[in-house]
Design a protein. Structure first.
Length: 94
């Protein structure tokens, strides 16, 4: 997951159910909105405890916050795509 050259690579189809991941051209653009929401939630959930609980300065809280959020980007990116595709793809219940 942290091998950066492969970060944006996606398999064309699901290996289990053969679902085509990119349902239409530009499908993954919508995942950016999910990534934005997930990132905002992460930024707040790091900043508030650092600043309020651990009493770091605003600058130090933001520095640690941005470092953690940047380090977690590969996970956020994949999670956002997963959340996005789950809004459109439905598993058949056979
Ligand atoms: Zn599948």
């Amino acid at each position: 997951m942290y091998y950066l050259p492969d970060l944006f690579k996606m398999p064309e189809r699901c290996s289990v159910c053969n679902l085509k991941y990119e349902m239409e051209i530009g499908f993954w653009w919508g995942a950016m909105y999910v990534a934005y929401a997930v990132s905002c939630a992460l930024v707040l959930s790091f900043f508030l405890p650092l600043y309020l609980l651990f009493k770091f300065s605003v600058d130090m809280s933001l520095l640690i916050d941005m470092s953690l959020t940047t380090l977690l980007f590969p996970i956020t990116f994949r999670l956002s795509r997963s959340l996005w595709i789950h809004m459109f793809a439905h598993q058949s219940k056979e």
